[in-house]
Design a protein around this ligand. Structure first.
Ligand SMILES: [Zn+2]
Length: 330
């Protein structure tokens, strides 16, 4: 092939499929989105993934012949070595979908397959907040907590494609909260936007005095998308909101320190909607990490916000495609 190497990354989500052409340096040349429409079934879903690939090339004014390889990232559950989505809670009613073989057969290009949270971590490692570091852990804070780990350029997939499920590490054992996954005491059940809204609802139901009471009374309850209101109230001096935010920072620090004491990475990265809370929230997480971690990692581990926003997944998926080409595999 002549010319610079280009890749297409695809990030399949419950609502939409994001995709783009990405350069060999990790710069996106296009960024497109097509609806997933999971309810229409998995054959339709595969068609939508293929459409996203074609749209990504078209938006970059490129022919698919210009593309060296394709990377697809999807939510779990999955079998990464086999290229299969197994039984995805976010993509019902799909079952055992042969994503990698389908895309490979359709476009006849080397095709990488990866977990979406892992791909986002690889994107930040390759082209975002983690450029130049050897290892990082990414926490993506949204309605749930997604996580990915990269060490020495390798994604920690695990032996059963369940590596880096750090949103579901157990941080509380006495009266543990129920997690979205059905388990108990998991980090996600304490520190996701969903959990923040739920903890706010409990306090507001108890009648705690707060500027959030007006919103609570109007809506009946706060939802995950109201997490921003909690952060706003905290910034305005509301004491309940400040306590909820401080607890969230503490829980996230516990998750970060558990990873620091497990793999000792260069960097912990926080991404996702909750990072719109801004630098003061990050500083609270850092403060708790400094108090909870061993002195050397506490002093030396960088704790930062992600840089690629919601493009991290497809950029990382493209990075996985690039790795495949460089390793000379299929
Ligand atoms: Zn869980």
């Amino acid at each position: 092939m002549s010319g610079p190497l280009l890749y297409i990354g695809v990030d399949v989500g419950g609502q939409s499929i994001k995709a783009g052409v990405v350069t060999d340096e990790g710069q996106p040349l296009s960024s497109v989105s097509v609806p997933t429409e999971a309810w229409k079934g998995q054959e339709h879903g595969l068609e939508q993934m293929a459409l996203a690939v074609e749209e990504a090339a078209r938006a970059a004014k490129l022919d698919l012949r210009d593309i060296a390889a394709i990377g697809i990232a999807t939510p779990g559950t999955m079998d990464i070595p086999k290229g299969l989505i197994l039984d995805p809670p976010n993509l019902k009613p799909w079952k055992n979908v042969p994503v990698r073989d389908y895309i490979h057969g359709r476009f006849r290009k080397p095709t990488a397959f990866q977990n979406d949270a892992n791909a986002a971590a690889y994107g930040e490692y390759w082209a975002g907040a983690g450029r130049g570091v050897r290892s990082l852990v990414l926490f993506t804070l949204g309605t749930g907590i997604g996580c990915g780990i990269v060490v020495n350029g390798q994604i920690i997939e695990g032996e059963h494609s369940h590596g880096a499920e750090v949103g579901h590490i157990i941080i509380e054992m006495s009266q543990p909260r129920r997690c979205g996954c059905g388990g108990r005491g998991h980090l996600e059940a304490y520190a996701s936007a969903t959990a923040l809204a739920q903890r706010a609802n409990e306090a507001l139901t108890r009648g705690e005095i707060s500027s959030l009471q007006a919103l609570f009374q109007t809506k009946g309850q706060l939802a995950p998308e109201d997490a921003g209101e909690v952060f706003r109230a905290a910034a305005m001096g509301d004491s309940l909101a400040q306590r909820l935010v401080e607890e969230t920072a503490y829980f996230l620090a516990v998750g970060a320190v558990n990873m620091m004491h497990t793999i000792d990475p260069n960097m912990i990265v926080f991404g996702g909607g909750m990072t719109r809370a801004g630098p003061s929230f990050l500083e609270r997480i850092r403060e708790h990490v400094r108090q909870l971690a061993f002195p050397v990692p506490a002093a030396q581990t960088q704790i930062v916000y992600a840089q690629l926003g919601n493009e991290a997944g497809f950029i990382g998926a493209a990075g996985c495609a690039r790795m495949l080409v460089r390793q000379g595999d299929r």
